[in-house]
Design a protein around this ligand. Structure first.
Ligand SMILES: Cc1cc2nc3c(=O)[nH]c(=O)nc-3n(C[C@H](O)[C@H](O)[C@H](O)COP(=O)(O)O)c2cc1C
Length: 179
């Protein structure tokens, strides 16, 4: 872990041009306004065959996967942008976590969770599922989870039209800096 390393914003899906990716950029701008540096790790950057070439007996053999892993190793804090897929978080995010060295990839680190959904629940259940995994792995999560429900009604071309969503993201980002 490197002190004061940039916050890593993880886009929790590998869907190209995802809404989650766009929210990650919004979050990065927010942190920039607070003079905090961050990098975005979008799971779309994962090698397409990583579940075969980088997991289990092939751990460490895929260079592209290794460089993403190294980025995480240096980080102290994460923001996870998590879309709701079939009532939970995307399977590719779990496969990515399963590909990291077990059990210490996230222990004693810190994370903030942001959920995105097209329904009215804002990925609440997805965030709970993910929080359970992080608790198991020893990563502390910020108590304020931001749930961006009905995202298509409130986000377009980098602009959030819902005042509460904007305020909650700002409060969370500030708390994350002090976490
Ligand atoms: C495979 C898949 C499953 C989804 N399941 C749900 C769901 O259970 N509930 C929901 O509200 N939205 C669901 N969505 C919609 C996404 O939450 C929505 O598209 C949102 O924009 C975030 O996803 P994105 O980052 O991939 O754009 C699903 C989308 C995909 C691609």
């Amino acid at each position: 872990m490197t002190p004061n390393s940039p916050i890593v914003i993880i886009v929790g899906t590998n869907r190209p041009n995802s809404m989650s990716g766009q929210i990650a950029e919004y979050y990065q701008n927010l942190l920039e306004q607070m003079d905090v540096s961050s990098v975005i790790l979008d799971l779309v950057q994962l090698p397409h065959d990583f579940t075969v070439s980088a997991l289990y007996h092939n751990a460490g053999k895929n260079e592209a996967f290794n460089s993403l892993k190294e980025l995480l190793e240096k980080a102290e804090k994460f923001v996870f942008i998590v879309p709701e897929y079939n009532g939970s978080y995307p399977g590719v995010l779990k496969a990515f976590i399963d590909g990291l060295p077990y059990p210490n990839s996230f222990s004693n680190k810190k994370a903030a969770l942001v959920g995105i959904s097209s329904n009215k629940q804002g990925a609440a259940l997805a965030l709970s599922h993910l929080n359970d995994v992080f608790s198991y792995l020893g990563m502390d999560t910020l108590s304020l989870r931001v749930k961006l429900a009905e995202i298509k009604s409130y986000f377009d071309k980098g602009i959030i039209s819902n005042t509460l969503y904007k305020e909650l993201l700002e409060i969370q980002a500030q708390k994350m800096i002090n976490f």
